[in-house]
Write a protein that binds this ligand. Structure first.
Ligand code: 5GP
Length: 229
């Protein structure tokens, strides 16, 4: 169960050296070509407390991809079996292929106070929110202009014109969902956008809802402490 378990006042207090927090589910979505992959990669390299959620997909593997690292590439039958076994937190059809987020790994990280990064689309974000709103923090990345977006989509040079057309249509559809996210970043400069993402993460980690412990003096200062002065 991904929902935060309610805690009574007593169990909420714990010794200073044992203060923990619940991990958060950090979603970064963007239309193709907005810089999401680059930003996610640097974030993962620079912060050891956030871990990528590796999705399962039925899409064919691209030449530069590594099975188990970029995705777990599986057949449609295996994907359906995983749905039946309730192994996904969410799954969706994107560009005619199925994509799903595995449940077990995410739950384990969250419970151990580690954060999980999700590179998923607006449908996945919606599903996560409906299941675990308190744990989800989401950022939508936008390119600075239409020209920039189209340039970034086409300059990859490894896709056919039909695929490119499909991606531009999908980018448009993805962009329409910007308002469902907690934060919006216009990616003019990678360094600047990264700093913004890191600031969001830093602040969100401090939210009281994620606390599992507080110093034991909280709500506990008494006459004895005054006498000791
Ligand atoms: P690509 O095939 O180019 O790697 O990804 C296509 C789209 O699928 C991207 O927008 C990506 O965010 C989305 N995606 C990747 N994994 C998942 C997932 O597990 N769930 C959902 N809903 N979308 C995903």
């Amino acid at each position: 169960n991904l929902q935060l378990k309610s805690q009574n006042h007593k169990s909420f207090l714990c010794p200073n050296d044992n203060i923990k927090r619940r991990g958060l589910m950090f979603v970064i979505s963007a239309p193709s070509g907005a810089g999401k992959t680059t930003l996610s990669k640097i974030l993962l390299e620079t912060d050891k407390h956030i871990h990528m959620s590796v999705s399962y997909t039925t899409r064919p593997m691209r030449s530069e991809e590594i099975d188990g690292l970029d995705y777990h590439f599986i057949s449609i039958d295996k994907f359906k079996q995983m749905i039946d076994n309730d192994e996904f937190i969410e799954y969706a059809k994107v560009f005619d292929n199925l994509y799903g987020t595995p449940k077990k790994e995410v739950e384990r990280n969250i419970l151990f106070g580690e954060d999980v990064l999700f590179d998923i689309d607006w449908q996945g974000h919606r599903n996560l929110i409906s299941r675990a709103r308190q744990d989800v923090v989401s950022v939508f990345i936008l390119p600075p202009s239409k020209e920039d977006l189209i340039h970034r989509i086409t300059k990859r040079g490894k896709d056919s014109i039909d695929v490119i057309r499909n991606r531009i249509e999908s980018a448009n559809w993805e962009i329409c969902h910007w308002h469902e996210y907690d934060y919006i970043i216009i990616n003019r400069d990678i360094e600047e956008s990264l700093t913004k993402i890191q600031s969001i993460l830093r602040a969100e980690r401090l939210r009281k809802e994620r606390r599992i412990g507080l110093p034991d003096f909280v709500g506990n200062l008494i006459q004895q402490d005054i006498d000791l002065l």
